[in-house]
Design a protein around this ligand. Structure first.
Ligand code: KG4
Ligand code: ZN
Length: 345
C-alpha cells in the first residue's frame, strides 16, 4: 500500500514512497543549495521557481526507484506547514493533482512533527511517548513534549534566530560557504572549542525553555571585525578560523544541551528525540548521546539523511490516513511559524 509523500516547505524538492508498514521504498531529494549559495541564504522566489521545475521529475524518480506506478498509489501526504508560501503551494498543487486524478485520499502534515517522526522511522518501537523532542533546523528551533506522533505541545524554543540559521550566518561571517552548518563543522576540526569565550544566552535561565542565538552570532561577528574596523577586514584563516568555528559550535551545542536537560527535568520523560538539519552535527549528536547516558534516558537520533529535509518523514501521513482521514481538495497551506503550527496541530 504505497503512500506518496511530498516535501517542498523550503529549498529541497523531495518525494518518497512509503508503505503502511513504514518501509521507505524510495526517497529522492533535489537540493537547491547550489542555487542559493551565492546569497548565503534562501531566496523564496528562486526556491518556488525551482520547485516548479523539479517537482514532477522528483516524484517520477521516487516512483521509479520504488518500482511502483502512479496507478499503484493509495494515498498522498503533503507537508503544508510551516514554510515558504510559494514553495509549499508547489508541493500541495502537485499532490492535489495526483490525488484528484487517481481518486485517492490526500492529507496534509506538519513539517516540524515530521522531523521528529524521522526518529520513529529510524528507531521504530523505541520511539515511546510521551517524549521530549527537539527540532533544530534552518528555520526552526523548538522543544516539544510529544504525547503521540502528531500530538505536540510546544515547551519553548528560540526567541530569535534558529540554530541552523545561526550556523549559516556564522559561516558567512567566517567567509565560509552555504549551508553553514556543515562548513562550520568542517572548519572546527582541529580547532580549540575553548579558545574564545562566546555567550550562551538564556542557557543558565532555569525558568524558561527558550533559547537565543542572535547575541552569539553578533559576538562572533565582533571578534572577526571589531566595531569601527574597516568593512574589508579579511576573514580569519587557518588556526584562528578553526578556533572560532569550534568555539561557536560548542556554544550552540552547550545552549541546546542546557535546555534539553531542563526539559527532561520538567517533564520526567524517559525518551529524548532530536531531528532537523542541525541534528546532523557530530558534536551535537555525541553530546546528546552522552546526556542520555548520564541521565538513563533513551536518545533517538535519525541517520543524517533523515535529519535534513526529506519526504520519507512524510510517512507521518499514515498516522492520519489510518484513522480514515482525508483532507480532500480543500487542503490548504499555512506558512505560519512552528509556534502557530504547534498550536494548530
Ligand atoms: O532541516 P533542514 O534541512 O531545513 C530546514 O527545515 O530548515 O535544516 C537546514 C539547516 C541549515 O541551516 C544547515 O546549516 C543546518 O541545518 N545544518 C547543520 C549541519 N548540517 C545542516 N548545522 C550544523 N551542523 C551540521 N552538520
Ligand atoms: Zn526542515
Amino acid at each position: 500500500m504505497p503512500l506518496l509523500a511530498i516535501e517542498t516547505t523550503c529549498d529541497e524538492t523531495a518525494a518518497a514512497i512509503v508503505t503502511r508498514g513504514r518501509d521507505v521504498l524510495s526517497s529522492v531529494v533535489a537540493s537547491q543549495e547550489a542555487l542559493h549559495a551565492q546569497w548565503r541564504g534562501i531566496v523564496p522566489e528562486v526556491a518556488s521557481r525551482a520547485h516548479v521545475e523539479r517537482i514532477i521529475p522528483v516524484i517520477d524518480e521516487a516512483l521509479s526507484r520504488a518500482g511502483v506506478t502512479r496507478a499503484d498509489l493509495t494515498a498522498v501526504a503533503v507537508a503544508v506547514r510551516p514554510g515558504l508560501v510559494g514553495s509549499l503551494l508547489v508541493g500541495l498543487s502537485a499532490g492535489k493533482a495526483i490525488a484528484a486524478a487517481l481518486g485517492i485520499p490526500i492529507v496534509g502534515y506538519d513539517h516540524i512533527a515530521a522531523h521528529l517522526y524521522a526518529c520513529r522511522l529510524a528507531h521504530g518501537e523505541r520511539m515511546r511517548y510521551p517524549c521530549v523532542g527537539l527540532v533544530a533546523s534552518g528555520g526552526h528551533t523548538s522543544l516539544f513534549r510529544l504525547r503521540g506522533p502528531i500530538d505536540l505541545e510546544r515547551l519553548g524554543g528560540t526567541i530569535d534566530d534558529a540554530a541552523g540559521e545561526a550556523f549559516d550566518k556564522a559561516a558567512s561571517v567566517l567567509g565560509l560557504g552555504y549551508p553553514g552548518g556543515p562548513e562550520i563543522e568542517r572548519a572546527a576540526v582541529g580547532g580549540n572549542p575553548r579558545a574564545y569565550r562566546l555567550p550562551r544566552p538564556l542557557a543558565n535561565d532555569r525558568e524558561r525553555l527558550d533559547l537565543s542565538f542572535s547575541g552569539l552570532k553578533t559576538a562572533l561577528r565582533y571578534l572577526v571585525r571589531p566595531p569601527g574596523a574597516p568593512a574589508d577586514v579579511p576573514p580569519p584563516l587557518g588556526q584562528k578560523c578553526a578556533d572560532l568555528a569550534a568555539s561557536f559550535q560548542q556554544a550552540v551545542v552547550d545552549s541546546i544541551l542546557a535546555k534539553l536537560s531542563l526539559a527532561l527535568d520538567r517533564t520526567g520523560c524517559q525518551t529524548l528525540a532530536i531531528g532537523g538539519g542541525v541534528a546532523s552535527n557530530t558534536l551535537l549528536r555525541e553530546s546528546v548521546e552522552n546526556l542520555g547516558r548520564s541521565r538513563g534516558v533513551d536518545v533517538l537520533i535519525p541517520p543524517r539523511s533523515l535529519c535534513t529535509d526529506n519526504a520519507a518523514m512524510g510517512a507521518i501521513g499514515w498516522e492520519r490516513l489510518e484513522r480514515g482521514e482525508d483532507d480532500g481538495l480543500k487542503l490548504d497551506v499555512s506558512p505560519g511559524t512552528d509556534r502557530t503550527a504547534a498550536r494548530r496541530k
